[in-house]
Ligand binder design. Structure first.
Ligand code: ARG
Length: 268
């Protein structure tokens, strides 16, 4: 099938100087790549901050993780190849909106704020926050964070929550999740506030870290697309639904989360 995506900067909103003029936006959405306006034909350019185990990371020179498997599966079913573009988390939304990617997946929480800039797929994962400390710490949860240095990743929902709620703490930004955890291990900060699944993965690999408290922020991850790219959004949603319905989602989940079952809404 022919992907009709042809011009590079098709964010739709501003001066779309597409050379061919006719943007054939017959948005009959049967989920095939035929309606997708891709930056490059046959390729889904996906931005991600590839340093967020177990969702996206580099292992033996390969990009792997839950998000990676899920996105590859979606792309596969759309008949396109993923081109992964590693990108800092705190500029990922503006870059997407500026037309740098066809989509982004990066353990991204769907928020109203972000919906001002980009559009989201249906949710594909449920998450909450957590306070991570060293095992020798006397911080046993949020209540002990006054006067503490709390590490967060810049641009995340964890950062926003910490700034709003930990008003007696010093919230310190790190460019990546692993950098924040390294600072915690080396006593550069007293705690890290992080998405629970990512925190669990860090704690698993460390002798000196533990989760002190879980904070139920009720977050849901989504795949973001360029604002108003309804064809892309519905194509992704359609494949996501099929991947959940036929049990592929459960397989991917079990692979990255110790053989566990996903929450009810993601089971076939
Ligand atoms: N879920 C959080 C958020 O949306 C953290 C995501 C961090 N992702 C990453 N790849 N570093 O802000």
């Amino acid at each position: 099938m022919t992907a009709c995506g042809d011009d590079a900067d098709d964010t739709g909103d501003d001066t779309a100087t597409s050379d061919d003029g006719t943007s054939d936006d017959g948005t009959s959405d049967d989920g095939s790549s035929a309606e997708l306006e891709l930056m490059e034909e046959g390729t889904l350019r996906v931005g991600s901050d590839i340093d967020f185990p177990p969702f996206e990371m580099v292992e033996d020179d390969e990009i792997v993780g839950f998000d990676v498997d899920l996105m590859e599966e979606i792309a596969d079913r759309l008949g396109v190849e993923v081109e992964w573009v590693d990108t800092p988390f705190d500029t990922i939304f503006t870059q997407l909106a500026a037309g740098d990617f066809d989509a982004i997946i990066s353990g991204i929480t769907i928020t109203e704020d972000r919906q001002q800039t980009v559009d989201f797929s249906d949710p594909y994962f449920e998450s909450i926050q957590s306070v991570v400390v060293r095992t020798d710490s006397d911080i046993s949860g949020v209540a002990d964070l006054a006067d503490a240095d709390v590490g967060v990743q810049a641009g995340t929902t964890g950062e926003a929550y910490a700034q709003e709620n930990f008003t007696d703490s010093t919230v310190r930004d790190f460019p990546t999740y692993p950098a924040a955890f390294t600072a915690l291990e080396t006593e550069g900060v007293d705690a890290v506030f992080a998405d629970l699944p990512a925190a669990e993965s860090q704690v698993e690999g460390s002798d000196v870290l533990e989760i002190a408290e879980e904070v139920d922020t009720g977050e849901r991850y989504g795949i973001a697309v360029q604002p108003d790219d309804e064809a892309m959004r519905s194509a992704i949603n359609e494949q996501l639904e099929a991947i959940i319905a036929d049990g592929t989602y459960e397989e991917i989940y079990a692979e990255w989360f110790d053989g566990q079952q996903p929450p009810e809404s993601f089971r076939s």
